[in-house]
Design a protein around this ligand. Structure first.
Ligand SMILES: Cc1cc2nc3c(=O)[nH]c(=O)nc-3n(C[C@H](O)[C@H](O)[C@H](O)COP(=O)(O)OP(=O)(O)OC[C@H]3O[C@@H](n4cnc5c(N)ncnc54)[C@H](O)[C@@H]3O)c2cc1C
Length: 294
C-alpha cells in the first residue's frame, strides 16, 4: 500500500496532486508538488508521519509558506500542509497553551483584546506559530525564545515529546527543529497582563511605510550581521530596486526581495546569491539566509 492509499484507506485526510508552491507561498514562486497531504486531525497527522518516516519518504512541512522559497523544478515528495488544521489557545494562571497552527498575526491581536500583551512582536509576522518556533521568529528586539516555556512536537516514532525552552537550542532565527524530524504541535508561553492594542496599531502603520506589504515577499531575506543590518549592506552595494526580471530588491526595504509579477524561484535565488557574493567580495561581510530554501 503506498502513501496515498494508506491515507485514503485510513481516512487520515486528503491527498492531492496538481498544486504548486506558487499557490501556497507568500512569495508566489515554485513548481509542482507531487503529493500535497492535508491531515484532518492531529491523530491522523501522527499516523501519517510515522508512515512517512518508516518508509523513508521525502517530505516537507509547510505552514503558511511565508518563509519558504521552493525551486521551480518542484518537489518530488510529500508536502504536509498544516494550514488547515484546527487551532485554539487557552490561558490558565498566566500561562498560554497555543496550537502550532494558530496564525501568528491573529494570535497577537487576539491576545491584545484580552490585554495579554507579551507576544505583540508577532503582530507583523504572517506565519503560523509552528513556523515561528522553528525559526525563533522575532521583531522589535524580541523573539519566541524570550517567552516560550516549552514546546510539544510529534517525533519520528509518532510520539508526543515536550522540550523545555533550553532544550530547543534557540538562537538567532534557529532552533533544534532545523536538525530533527519533528512536527511542532503546541507550545506554552508565560504571559503578563500588558495593554498592547495601541502598540499593535502604531507598528502596523509603521510597517506599512517601511515594508513592501503590498507585494509578494518572504520578509527579510538575510539575517542581520552582528555589526551591521543586512539592508544597510544591500544599500551600500547600490542594489535597492535592482531586479532580475520580476525578482526585485524592494525599493522600500532593501532586505526584502519581492515578486513583482511572474518571478521564477531561480531568479529570486540568483538575486539572493548575487547580493551574497557581492557583500562577501566587496565588504568581506557574510550575509546568512533567514529563509528556508527547498
Ligand atoms: C511581509 C513579511 C514580514 C515578515 N516579518 C518577519 C519578522 O518581522 N520576523 C520574522 O522572524 N519573520 C518574518 N517574516 C518571515 C515569516 O513570516 C516567519 O519566519 C514565520 O514564522 C514563518 O511561518 P510559516 O508558517 O509561514 O512558515 P513556513 O514558511 O511554512 O515554513 C518555514 C519553516 O518552518 C518549518 N515549519 C513550519 N511549521 C512547522 C511545524 N509545525 N513544525 C516543524 N516545522 C515547521 C517548515 O518546514 C519550514 O522549514 C516575514 C514574512 C513576510 C512575508
Amino acid at each position: 500500500m503506498n502513501f496515498n492509499e494508506y491515507i485514503v484507506e485510513n481516512q487520515l485526510g486528503i491527498v492531492e496532486s496538481g498544486y504548486t508552491f506558487q499557490e501556497l507561498t507568500t512569495i508566489g514562486c515554485g513548481g509542482a508538488i507531487e503529493t500535497l497531504y492535508t491531515p484532518n486531525s492531529v491523530a491522523s497527522l501522527q499516523k501519517a508521519f510515522v508512515y512517512i518516516i518508516e518508509h523513508n519518504l521525502k517530505y516537507f512541512l509547510l505552514g503558511n509558506g511565508s518563509n519558504t522559497l521552493a525551486m521551480d523544478t518542484g518537489f518530488d515528495g510529500i508536502v504536509i500542509h498544516l494550514r488547515k488544521l484546527d487551532y485554539s489557545y487557552e490561558i490558565k494562571d498566566s500561562i498560554l497553551t497555543c496550537s502550532a497552527f494558530y496564525p501568528t498575526i491573529k494570535l497577537a491581536y487576539d491576545l491584545a483584546k484580552e490585554d495579554w500583551g507579551d507576544l505583540s512582536f508577532l503582530g507583523g509576522i504572517p506565519g503560523l506559530l509552528g513556523g515561528a518556533i522553528y525559526n525563533n521568529s522575532g521583531a522589535y528586539k524580541d523573539d519566541i525564545a524570550h517567552h516560550l516555556l516549552d514546546v510539544t512536537y510529534i517525533n519520528s516514532a509518532g510520539k508526543l515529546v515536550t522540550l523545555s525552552n533550553r532544550d530547543c537550542a534557540f538562537s538567532y532565527r534557529k532552533s533544534i527543529f532545523h536538525y530533527i524530524d519533528g512536527i511542532i504541535l503546541f507550545a506554552r508561553f508565560q504571559l503578563e497582563k500588558i495593554k498592547t492594542s495601541e502598540v499593535l496599531e502604531r507598528r502596523a502603520k509603521e510597517r506599512k511605510l517601511a515594508q513592501p506589504l503590498e507585494s509578494r515577499s518572504m520578509g527579510s531575506i538575510f539575517k542581520n550581521n552582528p555589526l551591521i543590518s543586512a539592508w544597510k549592506v544591500i544599500d551600500a552595494l547600490g542594489m535597492r530596486g535592482f531586479h532580475i526580471n520580476d525578482a526585485t530588491v524592494s525599493a522600500k526595504h532593501a532586505n526584502f526581495i519581492i515578486n513583482t509579477g511572474h518571478a521564477k524561484s531561480s531568479e529570486i535565488l540568483s538575486l539572493i546569491e548575487l547580493i551574497q557574493k557581492r557583500a562577501e567580495l566587496e565588504f568581506g561581510i557574510h550575509l546568512a539566509y533567514e529563509i528556508t530554501i527547498l
